[in-house]
Design a protein around this ligand. Sequence first.
Ligand code: PEP
Ligand code: MG
Length: 315
Amino acid sequence: RRTAALAGSRGPGRTSDGHTVALLANIGGPQDAEEAGAQDLEGVGLFRTEFLFLSTDRAPTVAEQTDIYRRVFAPFGERRVVVRTLDAGADKPLAFADLGPEENPALGRRGIRLSAERPELLDAQLEALAVAARETGADVRVMAPMIATAEEAAWFARRVRENGLPKAGVMIEVPAAALRARHVLADVDFGSLGTNDLAQYTMAADRMQGELADLLDPWQPAVLDVIAAACEGASAAGRPMGVCGESGGDPLLALVLTGLGVSSLSMAPSKVPIVRLSLSLHTLADCQRLAGLARQARTAQDAHDAVHEAASTEL
Ligand code: PEP
Ligand code: MG
């Protein structure tokens, strides 16, 4: 029955009462773009651009980058493509953007912090993205990784607009930014929760340390509380908040996230059909009730079990 329901699930993400939640893909380059672009999904919620350059020793030129971005955008036509600017450092080191050894790379000069020290890298990337966006007509939106403060968000938004790109956003993956989302989002157009890093920094558990998987579980009630705070801040600022961490591809957690107020979910493209089905079996009020159950739980396991029990048995 579930297989038949999955096969029959099509179109934009929406709850059974018509509340829309955009279903988007996480991609890392042109090959992923071609595959995801051919699927029934609403665009890209996270294009991890640093993946393109993991084995490059010199900084890519504007022309080289433009060529790649064109190939990434083309398969999506007029659909949205949310591009993350280079998230170099920590788990994703780039040879040409190396600022030297650090004691704690996950807490070091990574993401937007590295862009602030090497603004020429950011500007070259934004210039290439703007050219590729104009040429392909894709709905390109650019967001920064590892934003912690409102000043960083405003600095990034200014640079994005100076390069002629219309929409700037920030990843919300540092608890400080989640707790202050209302102010952090004031000068940008949208936020996107990176639940992988948000769990790492909320739980003080290194995401590279496999033994800590239980602490890194996005069902941890503390992580859900931080996500809820971020959604409240976004709503107060009048900005949409999405999710682009792996948690968006969990069909039960997707309900909780929807109940907390997120308006888009980005995931591995293979997860889109099951998440679409999950949403279609619940109303927005169901999602809100499930979010309440998860947040009332004492442990991650209890949160998961409570939602599993209360959600549609068809899942
Ligand atoms: C995240 O941190 O959740 C995220 C989406 O980005 P990455 O996994 O690439 O750090
Ligand atoms: Mg991250």
